[in-house]
Structures are given as C-alpha cells and as structure tokens.
Design a protein around this ligand. Sequence first.
Ligand code: TXA
Ligand code: MG
Length: 344
Amino acid sequence: METQRVIVDNNVNNNKTYSQAVEKMMAGEVVAFPTETVYGLGAIATNESAVAKIFQAKGRPSDNPLIVHFGAAHLILDYVSEVSVKADACINAFWPGPLTLILQAKPNVFAPNVTAGLQTVGVRMPDHPVALELLEMLGQPVAAPSANRSGKPSPTTGLHVEKDLTGRIPLILDGGATGIGLESTVVDFTVDPPVILRPGGVTASMLRKVIGEVIEPDTTKVEDETVPRAPGMKYAHYAPDAPVFLIHPNREAIDKAIKTIHRNHQKVALLASDEFNQSQADWFFSLGNQQNPEDSAQHLYAHLRACDDTSADIVLVTVPEKTGVGAAIFNRLEKAADGNWWSS
Ligand code: TXA
Ligand code: MG
C-alpha cells in the first residue's frame, strides 16, 4: 500500500485534503491525524473491519481497547449510558483537551473490537484544529490509538508516523509537531472516587480542584496485580532499540555511569536536563529545564526515537520529580526502561 503524507497548513485551503481523509474513512480505511497530545490512527468507531485495520497496522494486541474521539461533548450521550456529576464537571473543565474518561458504554453502539470486549469505553474530545475539523466533517466518533507501531514511543510528528507505518496505512494528515507530547490522562469514572489509570497532561491536582478526591495508584509497579490500570499499560512501551536505564539527576552518579559504560567499550546516549549537557556521553538529548516538565514532555518521544538513529549501546535517562506532568513523564520512562535503574 502506498502511504501519502499530506501537510495540513493553517495558511492554505485544506478542503481537498480533509475531503480525501473523510472519503477514505467513510470507505472503511484508516487515517493518521494530529491531536494536541500525540498523533492518532483513526477509523470510524462503528465499523468493525475498519477498526481491525488499526490493530493490524500497529501490530497491537487485540485485548487493548481504543479511545473514541468526539468532535463535541454532547455527542457522547448517544454512546455512553451514564455521565456522572463528576464526569460532567471534568468534561466541562478539560474538554477539548488531554483527558480521556472511562464510562459505561451503551450496548452495541461501538464495533466490538473498539472496547476489546469491555462494557466500558474511553472517550475524549481532542484540542487540535485538524482533529476537530476531521471529526466535524465525519460527524461520527473515531476510534484512535496512538499512530505508532506497538511498543514504540508515540508519534509527535507526521514524520514519526511515516517512519512507523509507511506501507501500512493510506494517509497521514501532517499538522506538524504536537503540543503536549504525551498521551492523554486516562481516568476511570465508573468507580467513585475516580481512578487515574494513566497519568498525563491533566494532572491529579488539576482533577482534584474540580472533583475532590481522585485515586492515583502507583502505576509504575507493573508486577502488582492489585493495581487497577488501563489494559494497555501492561505491555512494553515507548522503547528505543538499545536498553534504557533510569538514573537520578545527580552529576556524580551520571559521570560514574558514563565512565563504567565507556570502560566496557560501549557507547551511551544521555537524555537529561540541560545542566548535564557537559557530560562525556557520546550523544546528548536535552530534556530542557528541570523545573519545566511540560518542556521535557514535548520532546521526550522524539528523543527516545532519535536514540535509534545513533549507535548507542545504552540509553541513560534522568527522571523528573513525580509531581504535576512529571508524574506522566516518570510513568512513561519507567515503561521505556522496563523498570531498570542504572547501578554502578
Ligand atoms: O492522547 C491520547 O490518548 C492518544 C490520542 C491519539 O488521542 N491516544 C492514545 O491511545 O494514547 P492508546 O490506544 O495508545 O492508549 C489508550 C489507553 C490504553 O492504555 C488503553 O488500555 C486505555 O487507554 N483504555 C482504553 N479503553 C479503556 C477502557 N475501557 N478501560 C480501561 N482502559 C482503557
Ligand atoms: Mg499508544
């Protein structure tokens, strides 16, 4: 299959491009498009064979349900059986935006492969002009996971999508780099108090200001079967080809680690905040200012992907404070490193 990547530029008339995307999706094809978090790979959420193409293109396990995207908040009422007062308050506060709500789905409204057999569904309204235009023109909900090959970091540019999915999907709407850079916060509203299943741009404290108590389980403890989490979070994720090790942002520890790696005749890529760019690492990717996790989030996946273009044998990444968006970054890094910390 030939994959077309079409730039969707604010300054030109994109009607033809959108029509092309709509036509393809109406015909049961998948199309990649930007959202404010990461790029999504979309199919109409009621079309089972179209949705099956998402799983196929990504190489995604079929027991991992998809998020359904809507062009306006009121549209969810035809698809979910109940919107609690707390869920409604969060929709008002954070939509359009990076918050996915897990709600009870009405029976038989989505293709069964969207929810992977669950009675619940994740819904969100993205805050991106291209996504919203597409959703509005379609007038139908769109199931869309991140547009990466399963296991790889989510794509934050159209080129990332092209790298992963060329030959597997017909069309990529390229709207440039995404703003947030990490996937949406996933919150389960089928329980009370609601539970954060995946941390993201809408932080625990932002949620608490709107609805009070919110449970924030330690999602990094992959082994703990009692911890509720999104089905997708049990899979390996976000990983470059070389093994990733976490390290505290401490000058001495980093210098020592690099020395050890070099003594073993190996090469190391370091992802760390700016203050560590004078290190002896063979490659350095800046996570920006330590005090500004939003900055790190925006470039994190591009840097993890860039490690694959180096000949590094080992990737070292410094961890942020676990507060605010730092919690989401920490969560993704733990997954990228498969829980491994550098020790030497
Ligand atoms: O920002 C985002 O959320 C992006 C953009 C494209 O919208 N999408 C995204 O989708 O990250 P995906 O498929 O990569 O991640 C969806 C996560 C998975 O961890 C999945 O297990 C969880 O949401 N999820 C989906 N439906 C669920 C449900 N009914 N119950 C619990 N978790 C669910
Ligand atoms: Mg994903």
